[in-house]
Design a protein around this ligand. Structure first.
Ligand code: AMP
Ligand code: MG
Length: 499
């Protein structure tokens, strides 16, 4: 097919990253895939980029999305970055198996990166094979779609395709490429890369780039680099609070996996909690629980301190002044996180107004849920349907608690508090249903979709999950089983980074 009839070459591909100092990236090309085939094209994301899904779904689109064909104006590159991995600094990471194809401007006028992940080794591969197995590609596709449907900032999957190659991890698996779209792929680790080399000009160039692209309102501030740090801190605080409300555990919050734009990025061994336990860890490599559910705000703040260190030379003329400004910028993280987290919990239990004692009431529920192994998603969802004037219909919530009496005592206090609300009970229930999803990407469901695809190239489970996860607040008659926690034998307690 002639490329011009498809129009993909004619798109205004940009590559603003290439205007940064050349030591921050390397030009690289993809390794051809022998026999590409579709896993899935994300029509909604394609349309958001102004791409015609029907065009992209053709052979030319497939060739581009697997890396077999570079659209003429695009000049792919691999980004350099460093990162603190599980607390230890690694000065040289970078896109080892990913290529930044280029940028497209979305329908809102926002420039978006299009990246191919799993497209072959780059100069930053450090001996890795540059590939991605189908399992993690499908997991990232599902995870990012799930968060997006909850309104949580995230990179998006534009497409997932198989390459026709076999990738060897624990077992042979079909190889795949994920084409993903991001506000940018700037990470805290990108700044650490330049800083670790004493490259102040590089840090400054990155900071100016980040300000212009992600925080333009702050670029004109009296102290723009402090304003940048404050902006990243605020976006990260909001993001982590949103994760907590979704029961989401990122799993590998290394500084190279934290995006400057405040989007969720790099889905590895992530998970959505079933029974609430604040110490939940899914990652098989996180033996210390560093990235457990309830550690996420602490780790986010720690990561932001690493960003602050990288920015220090830009923050003041003396080290003391720079440190003081860094501290000032990061001081906002805790209160911002706490405020959003508390407001979110209040809303989740149906309180439109804020009153003394509300936080205690919400925390009391969380304590009972943790002690009684109550399901995170179902507790809030079913609570949404309970009337405020009678406990007669409480059974669906009660039975989520090992000892239902614990819930009864709490529910009595909750109803007393609801009585003080001005909002009608019907409105309260509607509002609760609109923020407490019925469906979440439970680990056993993700595993089900991955196993079907890996073992039989059966993509039906993935499709079914995407159907319900794309509208997580709706009831989907006939699909109730996809809202249920796993049977004990189906519980997934560890997910493998093996990416
Ligand atoms: P991740 O755990 O996916 O965040 O990756 C951490 C670092 O390892 C990044 O620099 C990746 O590019 C690199 N990496 C992970 N898997 C591979 C692979 N199969 N081949 C080359 N580099 C890889
Ligand atoms: Mg990563």
């Amino acid at each position: 097919m002639d490329a011009r009839t498809v129009g993909l070459d004619a798109l205004p591909w940009g590559q603003s990253y290439a205007e940064l100092p050349a030591r921050l990236y390397q030009r690289a090309g993809p390794r051809p895939a022998p026999a590409p085939d579709w896993i899935r094209l994300n029509h909604a994301v394609a349309r958001s980029l102004g791409l015609d899904p029907a065009t992209l779904a053709g052979p030319e689109g497939l060739a581009i999305l697997v890396g077999n064909r570079i659209p003429a104006p695009a000049e792919p590159l691999a980004q350099a970055y460093a990162g603190h991995q599980f607390g230890h600094f690694v000065p040289q990471l970078g896109d080892g198996r990913a290529l930044l194809l280029g940028e497209l401007t979305d329908r809102n006028g926002v420039r978006r990166d299009v990246q191919l992940k799993g497209s072959g080794p780059t100069p930053y591969a450090r001996g890795g094979d540059g590939r991605a197995p189908i399992g993690p590609v499908i997991r990232e596709y599902l995870g990012s779609e799930a968060l997006a449907a909850l309104g949580i900032p995230t990179t998006r999957a534009l497409a997932a395709v198989t390459t026709g190659e076999t990738v060897y991890r624990w077992q042979p698996e079909p190889g795949a490429v994920l084409a993903r779209v991001a506000a940018s792929h700037l990470r805290i680790g990108t700044f650490e890369y330049a800083a670790a080399r004493g490259d102040e000009a590089g840090v400054r160039a990155l900071a100016d780039y980040a300000l212009a692209r992600h925080y333009p309102d702050r670029a004109g501030a009296e102290r723009p680099y402090q304003a940048l740090l404050e902006g990243v801190s605020a976006a990260t605080a909001d993001l982590v609070a949103d994760w907590m409300h979704a029961g989401f555990i990122h799993g590998v919050m290394n500084t190279d996996n934290l995006a400057i734009a405040g989007e969720t990025i790099d889905y590895g061994p992530f998970g959505f909690m079933d029974a609430f336990d604040p110490a939940t860890v899914y990652s098989s490599i996180d033996t210390q629980g560093r990235y457990a559910y309830d550690q996420q705000p602490v780790i986010a703040e720690w990561n932001l301190a690493r960003l602050a260190e990288a920015l220090l030379p830009l923050l003041g003329t003396t080290r003391e002044q720079a440190l003081a400004r860094a501290q000032e910028a990061l001081a906002g993280f805790r209160p911002r996180f706490e405020a959003r987290h508390r407001a979110g919990l209040r809303a989740r239990i149906g309180l439109a107004e804020a009153r003394d004692g509300d936080d205690a009431l919400a925390n009391e529920l969380l304590r009972h849920m943790a002690e009684q192994g109550a399901d995170w998603t179902l507790t809030f969802r079913r609570l949404s349907d309970l009337p405020s004037d009678t406990a007669e219909a409480d059974e669906p919530v009660r039975r989520l608690f090992q000892a239902p009496a614990a819930f009864d005592a709490w529910a009595a206090a909750w109803r007393e508090r609801l009585a003080a609300e001005v909002r009608s009970d019907a409105d309260r229930r509607t509002a609760m249903r609109a923020i407490n999803p019925a469906y979440t990407l439970r680990n056993h469901l993700a595993q089900w979709a991955v196993d079907a695809a890996t073992e039989r190239l059966d993509l039906a489970p993935m499709e079914q999950l995407l159907q319900v996860l794309s509208e997580p607040y709706a009831d989907h008659p006939g699909w109730e089983h996809l809202a249920q926690p796993p049977q004990p034998e189906a519980r997934v307690t560890r997910t493998f980074c093996g990416t």
